[in-house]
Design a protein around this ligand. Structure first.
Ligand code: HEM
Length: 407
């Protein structure tokens, strides 16, 4: 079987097959789709259990044996740091950074998808890797933009463009190495960010694996947060009734308070954000390699074979969601008849033990964006009837032009 060229067609074909083959089927000779919610949960849980970071290639080259590093230790370091950063002060800084980026473009005619991307990535960067000089930050941002462009763009760039991307990527990697080294030897100050815990782990982890860990976070903030923010703008512009409900709720709320309990601070807004993430989950497909053999009933997955997971497919599955293509945040009200069949059916942040570490901060950021759209800015979309959702590595609003102006 061949894969259709256009991603929208590919996703459509996958959805049809998923419905008729109950979420588990071979997409081609090499990849098994695991779109059945419980099977996806089970495969993830088993596959990554005990996952360890090795440094085999570098060890061979350097004739040494690095200590193994369980992935659970990396995640624990990230989560401890995120917990320490979940304060009103740090969230206030994040929200201020978002506002500064938007304020600089106020009144300008912009591609709203690109603006949302810019706001999300640039406001999150200091949380991932802080204390950079302007030149360093510019280089890392260019690297992230390059990564995103390759994911979003339907066309691969020219050979020259690709070469430039690689050049920027290498130089950005050198920045990360320098930051880690200088923080370790005291020539640069420590920062409250997701890189810092690995300065102390450097002796065990080694520079190459530390770079991989920091790159994992940088790659994670380069994609989903920005496309989710663009999808949020898209639904905000299309749902007048929800705009009113959000404005009613948010006018008297301090967005820094979202950190503690989003559901009780702003339940309507929280439902709105959840529904945006259900309908327009980024990334559309996660490609994974199995470490173990699995008997999934309808198919067997051998050790070393590839499988696909997809929050998007699960969120659009008619067997577990009623009217899955309809935007309706109230489906998350307790006991709603069109709500999720059970917890395995709502997975915008993936599955344990590889589940997104940034789920809370991402939710705070999207709720803060709602707050800004309701209290600080006015969103105008040009030719709204021409805006469409393209399914690339993630759902991305296309022909989405307009501007933000002060309220
Ligand atoms: C709306 C925004 C976001 C969405 C929808 C999202 C979604 C995801 C998904 C689906 C995964 C893969 C989980 C799996 O393999 O089962 C993931 C992993 C990850 N995300 Fe996010 N993410 C978002 C924001 C963030 C942010 C803000 C950060 C950092 C602060 C972050 C850091 C990570 C990291 C480091 C991983 C890899 C975890 C691991 O390999 O153990 N994400 N994310």
């Amino acid at each position: 079987m061949t894969t259709p060229q256009h991603p929208d067609d590919f996703l459509h074909m996958m959805r049809m097959r998923s419905a008729s083959e109950q979420g588990i089927f071979w997409v081609d000779d090499e990849r098994l789709a695991v779109f059945e919610p419980e099977a996806a949960r089970r495969v993830s849980a088993t596959n990554w259990h005990g996952f360890t970071m090795h440094d085999r290639l570098i060890d061979v080259v350097r004739r040494r044996t690095s200590p193994e590093m369980p992935w659970s230790r990396i995640r624990a370091a990230w989560l401890t740091q995120l917990h320490a950063l979940a304060t009103a002060e740090h969230h206030g800084h994040l929200i201020e950074r978002m506002e500064r980026i938007i304020d600089a473009r106020l009144g300008e005619d912009v591609d709203l998808t690109m603006l949302a991307q810019d706001v999300a990535v640039r406001s999150l960067l200091p949380l991932a890797l802080g204390g950079l000089t302007a030149a360093e930050s510019n280089l890392v941002r260019r690297d992230l933009e390059g990564k995103l462009l390759r994911l979003v763009s339907p066309e691969p760039g020219s050979a020259w463009q690709q070469l430039r991307f690689v050049g920027v990527q290498v130089r950005s990697g050198l920045v990360v190495r320098r930051v880690l080294r200088q923080r370790a030897n005291g020539r640069r100050g420590r920062e409250p960010d997701l890189t810092d815990p690995f300065v102390d782990l450097l002796p065990e982890l080694g520079m190459d694996r530390a770079l991989d860990v920091v790159t994992a976070v940088l790659t994670a903030i380069a994609g989903p947060p920005g496309t989710a923010a663009a999808s949020l703008l898209y639904e905000f512009s299309r749902q007048p009734e929800w705009r009113t409900r959000l404005t009613d709720e948010l006018s008297g709320v301090d967005p820094a308070a979202f950190r503690a309990a989003p559901t009780s601070e702003a339940p309507v807004t929280h439902r709105f954000v959840k529904e945006v993430l259900r309908l327009w989950s980024p990334p559309l497909l996660l490609v994974r390699r199995s470490t173990y053999a699995f008997d999934l009933g309808r198919a067997r997955l051998g050790a070393g074979e590839w499988y696909l997971l997809s929050p998007h497919m699960i969120h659009r599955d008619e067997r577990v969601w009623k009217q899955p293509d309809v935007f309706d945040p109230d489906r998350f009200l307790p006991g709603a008849p069109h709500g999720p069949a059970d917890r395995t059916c709502y997975v915008p942040f993936g599955w344990a033990p590889k589940k997104c570490i940034g789920a809370n901060i991402a939710t705070v950021q999207l709720m803060a964006l709602c707050h800004q759209l309701c209290t600080r800015y006015h969103l105008t979309v040009d030719r709204p009837q021409e805006v469409t959702m393209a399914l690339r590595f993630a759902p991305v609003p296309e022909n989405f032009h307009g501007r933000l102006t002060p309220r």
